[in-house]
Design a binder for this molecule. Sequence first.
Ligand code: F6R
Length: 369
Amino acid sequence: EKGGYDYFMLKEIAEQPKAVADTLLGRIDASGLLTLDEVRIPASVLREVDKVVIVACGTAYHAGMIAKLAIEHWTRIPCETELASEFRYRDPILDQRTLVIAISQSGETMDTLMALRHAREQGARVLAICNTNGSTIPRESDAVLYTHAGPEVAVASTKAFLTQLVACYLVALYLGQVRGTKWGDEIEVVIRELSDIAAAVDRVLETMEPVRALARSLADKDTVLFLGRHVGYPVALEGALKLKELAYMHAEGFAAGELKHGPIALIEEDLPVVVVVPSPRGRSVLHDKIVSNIQEIRARGARTIVIAEEGDDAVVPYADHLIRIPATPTLLQPLVAAVPLQVFACELATARGNEVDQPRNLAKSVTVE
Ligand code: F6R
């Protein structure tokens, strides 16, 4: 059942190219239009939506943070992403024109379920993005887009995360299509790029041996920091979450621009800091700013582990370890950038003698609030 792998997590990491392709399967018609038949919320209702609110927990929340950037960019509808466990307790502003998106692998997470029940009581429409057919969250939602990642057994989420991202991109593009904000050429281009992503993830997986060796060399460290900006910030948070749950290490993710507002005080000699570098072709200002951040932390002794696009030479002088990922459009970068962080955490857990598939104190689905 583990298909020759030592752990389910390794199997599920390896399954990601196929999982990502399966999420796209049958959802784009011959003319390049999205056909999300399961989104049974009428187009007339989607055209009236004036706010999107995403609720989720843990890894799914990180997917939601990235989805917010894609939704706002492609649809210009204001979107916020909130931890499901916090949502209903602040009396959020919701009405018939609010679209709530609940993201959950298991479909049984109580915090997320309670958030969507609250949203529906206020009259909002709820779209679930879920991996588990017939589970509670999709049953209680107005519509569901299944991620089709296949069963995820390891407690730490990997392929569910990547497919949640793909589903979020599809929803964002679909909203753009229905509302006419992004139409024609640009949707087609993004869809083509999404269709190439499975191959890009495959290429990342083929180059992971140095990442594993690096992880083993850090097995006796206490702390690892993660930095990113824009879509790279949730990726940094996800890298830190994976390391906490699997390696039981102190790991924190920061938005790189916040460094100077406090966290830079943490930097000391030989502290490993993973930096997710945005594409130099997309938002090049952000790219250049992050390169200066890498310089700053390295000057203070940090051991820099840099995740950067192939061909990005600006980072080379400041990277103690360089992890290359294929070039992708800015918004899609998390699909390739998250993969080395999964492998990194999995290998560190193994090196520290931890149970990879069943980390201590954790359960695969959290059915209590
Ligand atoms: C992290 C992880 C958890 C879940 C979270 C939400 O690797 O597995 O953080 O992502 O508990 O679970 P679902 O997606 O089932 O609602």
